[in-house]
Design a binder for this molecule. Structure first.
Ligand code: NAP
Ligand code: 8YV
Length: 309
């Protein structure tokens, strides 16, 4: 008999098909709030990077053994509550690193060179009346990275190809040649482009606040491919609208799928719908890793990619 698994995330069709072929899949809303009472025998839960798996949901699943996240970020999962019950949590590190780093550079180049507005300008006929306004050179500029992990390091390697000067912050210095700044504020003061590559959760909430944006200054740019919760989005919208920041390019938002309304009409903003890892090959690799973690759980073998302790 197929195991019954609970799915609380929208997943790619290629993964959905495989899940349905191998398991009996119970679909619930993104945070499990429309869960039917028939949950006593559910032993596996599939979520994604945006899902919230709170203590209350875990408590409603008395037989739960594993939470499998389609995504590397698992800040929505109450890992402490899972651990208390001996429930394993897995995620999909590494396979998406290249795409997210590529996309961070896409956003950085796009906002600096104003490609969104340039496209509109070329299409609209405005070009007939004169040339496009000058933009900001990227090569050789100063880049600051918040979170020099898998993705942050991949961004740094790409930026080195643009001869950018690289610096970073995190909870502690790493064994790299790039200079370490002990705080986001000090890093923001020293760079032209500040990239968020850190995950969400209480310890990173609003690391980029009004003070950091002021330190980045009116010539500075913010890029966020980490989590929306890391940036005070209202403060960001205000700084951009008042010309106290040159621009921002964002893939993630505090209240997805609804970016702060103050960002929507601004030309010095480039927005993407949390799509940094959204290529066919990466989503296939993430799907395969989800299936591999579920298969290992079902067979009682070691899980390929558990979240770190
Ligand atoms: P990772 O390798 O664990 O890197 C996270 C980095 O953040 C580490 O270098 C860590 O360094 C630093 N960090 C952790 N807590 C911190 C804190 N409180 N203050 C400052 N720095 C802190 O993870 P990854 O694979 O690079 O992924 C990073 C994040 O990217 C994910 O968690 C996810 O939120 C996001 N992401 C977004 C997308 C997207 O579609 N936009 C896709 C994938 C991932 P220290 O431990 O030295 O502090
Ligand atoms: C995905 C992500 O978009 O891996 C993460 O943490 O945020 C992204 O890769 C997401 O998990 C899929 O919904």
């Amino acid at each position: 008999m197929k195991s019954r698994i609970l799915k609380i995330a929208r997943l790619p069709a290629m993964l959905d098909e495989q899940l349905h072929a191998r398991y009996t899949v119970i679909d619930a809303a993104e945070d499990g709030r429309d869960l039917s009472p028939a949950t006593a025998d559910i032993r596996a839960l599939v979520a994604n990077g945006e899902s919230t798996v709170r203590r209350e949901l875990i408590a409603r699943l008395p037989a739960l053994e594993v939470i499998v996240v389609f995504g590397v970020g698992y800040d929505g999962v109450d890992v402490a509550a899972a651990r208390e019950r001996g429930i394993s949590v897995t995620h999909t590190p590494d396979v998406l690193t290249d795409d997210v780093a590529d996309f961070a550079m896409t956003l950085l180049l796009g906002i600096a060179r104003n490609t969104r507005v340039a496209d509109r300008f070329a299409r609209s006929g405005a070009w007939v009346d004169g040339p496009f306004p000058f933009t900001r050179k990227v090569s050789g500029a100063r880049l600051g990275i918040i979170g020099l992990g898998r993705i942050g390091s991949a961004i740094a390697r790409r930026a080195a190809g643009f001869e950018m000067t690289i610096a970073y912050t995190g909870r502690q210095p790493q064994d790299v040649a790039w200079p370490y700044y002990p705080s986001v504020l000090e890093l923001a003061t020293a760079v032209d482009f500040l990239v968020v590559a850190v995950g969400g959760g209480a310890s990173t909430h609003h690391l980029v606040d009004a003070e950091v944006l002021a330190a980045l200054g009116k010539e500075g740019y913010l890029i966020n491919v980490g989590r929306g919760s890391v940036v005070d989005e209202a403060a960001l919208a205000q700084a951009l609208a008042e010309g106290r920041l040159a621009g921002a390019a964002l893939d993630v938002f505090e209240n997805e799928p609804r970016p702060h309304p103050g960002l929507l009409e601004l030309d010095n903003v480039l927005l993407a719908p949390h799509s940094a890892s959204g290529t066919w090959s990466t989503r296939r690799a993430m799907s395969n890793l989800v299936l591999a973690n579920l298969a290992a759980w079902a067979e009682g073998t070691p899980l390929p990619t558990p979240v770190p302790d």
